[in-house]
Design a protein around this ligand. Structure first.
Ligand SMILES: Cc1cc2nc3c(=O)[nH]c(=O)nc-3n(C[C@H](O)[C@H](O)[C@H](O)COP(=O)(O)OP(=O)(O)OC[C@H]3O[C@@H](n4cnc5c(N)ncnc54)[C@H](O)[C@@H]3O)c2cc1C
Length: 292
């Protein structure tokens, strides 16, 4: 159990950790990879670097700094977020509880360009199994995706839906899919419906799969997907936060690219720092004891 759990080891997540760990709260960061910065070869507009530096270098330095002051980093992918007696962050194999959670997962992944996908949003297309599975009880559904996140959404649906099929849309799906979940790897042509409701998926070879619901779970769980799981407000791909980086759920904060606005390191670092200082106040108000 941590006092503070941060999802994302980019500039926003690491910056939050620098504050909460230094204030004596047990701080755990779960990060999947190097995020957006891994793609930045040459950064020359961030404070303190005389010569251009790479995103990967900046991340390595940030992680080393956070570890030095006592934050723990767990390399893993978060697939769920919920609330029991505390906030609960779920990966494929573990559950972590914390008094405060910060979503710092960068900007959400884009949905693939499939004809009918946006047209049937809310009319058969969903982005959150835990939120919408109930509407599909006893029905045939599909999950669009091919990695851990897609599998976790498919498992969530298994106990409620009549059948669950993973659609990898031409990708090679992960290997540990249980036999109760079907897999179709064919490329998708379009989502098709009648009377404003989704009825089937059409593949490029002309065949159809009859489904009432398609749950989009491409890549990793994006920031707004995580927010939706716990009922926090979001606006499109952006998590809604107040001036203290607090979401609509007590103890849940968000920082960095996932809150929208200027997508720059300086802004992510500021929002991480702000979230960190506000989390410290929140934990002190709850009388969470410091550990050192
Ligand atoms: C090509 C490119 C060049 C850029 N150049 C510049 C530049 O020169 N200057 C500048 O200021 N900005 C630049 N940016 C923007 C900058 O990279 C971002 O604004 C900044 O990285 C945002 O920080 P963040 O912490 O919010 O998100 P990110 O850096 O994207 O970090 C997100 C973190 O969340 C983790 N994560 C996501 N989902 C999950 C999950 N489900 N489970 C666990 N972990 C998860 C990722 O692994 C990552 O650790 C560039 C971006 C790109 C793509």
């Amino acid at each position: 159990m941590s006092d503070v759990l941060i999802i994302g080891n980019g500039p926003a997540g690491i910056s939050t950790a620098l504050y909460t760990a230094r204030a004596g709260f047990k701080t755990t960061i779960i990060g999947k990879d190097n995020g957006a910065l891994a793609k930045a070869e040459k950064i020359e507009n961030y404070y303190g670097f005389e010569n251009p530096t790479s995103g990967n270098n900046l991340i390595a330095k940030g992680i080393a700094q956070a570890k030095r002051i006592g934050a723990e980093l767990i390399p893993d992918e978060v697939v769920g977020l919920g609330f029991e007696d505390k906030l609960v962050v779920k990966t494929d194999k573990c559950q972590y509880k914390a008094d405060a959670v910060i979503i710092a997962t960068g900007s959400s992944r884009k949905a693939p360009k499939i004809q009918g996908l946006s047209e049937y949003e809310g009319k058969g297309v969903s982005y959150c199994a835990v939120c919408d599975a109930f509407f599909y009880r006893g029905k045939d559904v599909a999950v669009l995706g091919s990695h851990e996140y897609a599998l976790s959404e498919a498992k969530e649906l298994l106990s409620i839906a009549k059948s669950v099929t993973i659609l990898s849309n031409g990708d090679t799906p992960i290997s540990n899919i249980p036999k109760e979940i079907s897999i179709i790897t064919k490329e998708i042509d379009a989502l098709v419906g009648e009377d404003d409701l989704l009825t089937s998926v059409r593949f490029k070879d002309g065949s159809h799969l009859l489904v009432s619901g398609v749950f989009v779970a491409i890549g990793v769980a994006g920031s707004s997907a995580l927010a939706r799981k716990i009922g926090a407000q979001s606006d499109g791909n952006k998590i809604t936060v107040d001036e203290n980086m607090a979401t609509s759920i007590p103890g849940l904060y968000a920082a960095g690219d996932c809150t929208g606005g200027m997508m720059q390191i300086a802004k992510a670092v500021y929002e991480g720092a702000k979230a960190g200082t506000e989390v410290i106040k929140y934990l002190r108000k709850k009388d969470v004891p410091v550990r050192k």
